[in-house]
Structure formats: C-alpha cells, structure tokens
Design a protein around this ligand. Structure first.
Ligand SMILES: C[S@@+](CC[C@H](N)C(=O)[O-])C[C@H]1O[C@@H](n2cnc3c(N)ncnc32)[C@H](O)[C@@H]1O
Length: 213
C-alpha cells in the first residue's frame, strides 16, 4: 500500500488544505460533517478495505479537498477508472485540477449516482467509497443514496463508508445486509469503517467476510 507521507515540503500545503476545509465546514457544517480531512491511517484502511488495487471502476462520494482521491489514484491499477462526485463547488474545483487521466471529477449529488455514471459511459463499479456524512442528512436523502449505490454496484462489489456515527449502518443494512465494521482511532475524530459486499443476484447483500485488513 503506497500512501505518500507528508514531508517538510508538503506540510504547508497540507496545512492550507486543512484551513480551506475548515472554512468550507463553517459554511456548510451539515453537508461536510467533519472539521478536517481524513488522516493517512484512515485513508489507508479505507483503501485496503475497498480493495482499490484490484478493481477496474471505482466511485468516490464526497472527495472534499482530495486527500482520499489522490490516495485512491496512487493505489489503483493503471487501467482503472475513478469517478469522484462532489456536491460542493469549491471542493469540486480542487478535485477537477488533479492531473490524472484516470480521474473523472464530477460536480453533483450522490443521489443521482446512476444518471451520473451513465452520463460518463461508466459500467458497474466494483467499489464505492463514501465519506459523505449520513448522520447529518435527512433519512430520505440518506436512503436515496444507499439505494442508488446498491443499484449500481457490481455483483460482489464493495461499498465502504467511513463515518463517526452508526446511522449509515441502520440505513444500509436493510438494503445491503450485514455490515463488517472496523474502528480507526488514528483520526480526528475516530471513525468507523463500514463495509458491505453486494450479493450475486439474490437481491440481498452478504457480509464482507473475505480479508478486510
Ligand atoms: C467528511 S467530508 C470527506 C472529505 C474527504 N473525502 C476526506 O475524507 O477527507 C464529506 C464530503 O462529502 C461531500 N458531500 C456531502 N453530501 C454530498 C452529496 N449528496 N453528494 C456528493 N458529495 C457530498 C461534502 O461536500 C464533503 O466534501
């Protein structure tokens, strides 16, 4: 797993990124749901859980300032595709400047996931990674996003959500089945990394039992 560490050169950039993230959080606290971007430890766990290095099509929901996006790109296959869907125009503007031809930055709402994928001629993703805050959005909105994810996910594909609260579990388990949860304490705040694996055609989900770090 090749996650870049912050050197003394990258530290000012990281600090600027954190400050910008915090400023956007002050403007849209419920939509952003976190005061600073995810830690390297959390990102590593999410990427390993989603098996980013072995899939062809990856969806990222809520890339923010792009720390997760860049790590996904660093770890995915040369011929894989990543679509990162961000609702905040200022965050989208940052994501759209990442110079990697495998990345599609999309300004839009995760609720429209199916339409967004077909507008880019993308097939069923084998991994959907989400940092969007289900705990601070309405139940209706959260359910729409979960249903959209389940609908588009390839059979055997993984949905990985990193969240502080358990709300994503109560929204997702009726649709996708039993979750597997890991805790990552090396993040502010500590996060749950929840994973579901889509069943192979029986409509329900199955617990993601194969190795999750
Ligand atoms: C906690 S931040 C995660 C940022 C980054 N991925 C990280 O881990 O540091 C949540 C992100 O989800 C975005 N978001 C919230 N609701 C969304 C939606 N319905 N569709 C797309 N993005 C959304 C927010 O704008 C924010 O960038």
């Amino acid at each position: 797993m090749n996650l870049r560490k912050a050197s003394s050169n990258t530290l000012p950039k990281v600090m600027n990124g954190c400050l910008f993230f915090f400023q956007e959080f002050l403007k849209h606290p419920f939509q952003i749901g976190s005061v600073i971007p995810s830690s390297q430890a959390l990102i590593k766990r999410v990427i390993e859980t989603a098996r980013v290095d072995s899939v062809k099509t990856i969806v990222e929901l809520g890339p923010g300032t792009g720390c997760t996006t860049k790590a996904i790109l660093e770890n995915m296959k040369p011929d894989a595709r990543l679509i990162s869907i961000e609702i905040n125009p200022n965050f989208y503007s940052i994501i759209s400047q990442i110079p990697d031809s495998r990345l599609i930055a999309h300004h839009g709402d995760a609720r429209k996931l199916k339409q967004i994928l077909s507008s880019h001629n993308l097939g069923a993703p084998e991994a959907v990674i989400s940092g969007i805050p289900f705990s601070t959005m309405g139940d209706e909105c959260g359910s729409q996003i979960i249903k959209a994810i389940h609908e588009v996910l390839a059979p055997g594909g993984r949905f990985v959500a990193y969240q502080l609260s358990k709300k994503v579990i109560s929204l997702c388990s009726p649709v996708m089945g039993k979750e597997k949860v890991q805790l990552e304490f090396m993040n502010i705040p500590p996060m749950r990394v929840c994973c579901w694996e889509k069943g192979n055609g029986n409509g329900g989900g199955k617990r993601a039992d194969n190795p999750i770090v």
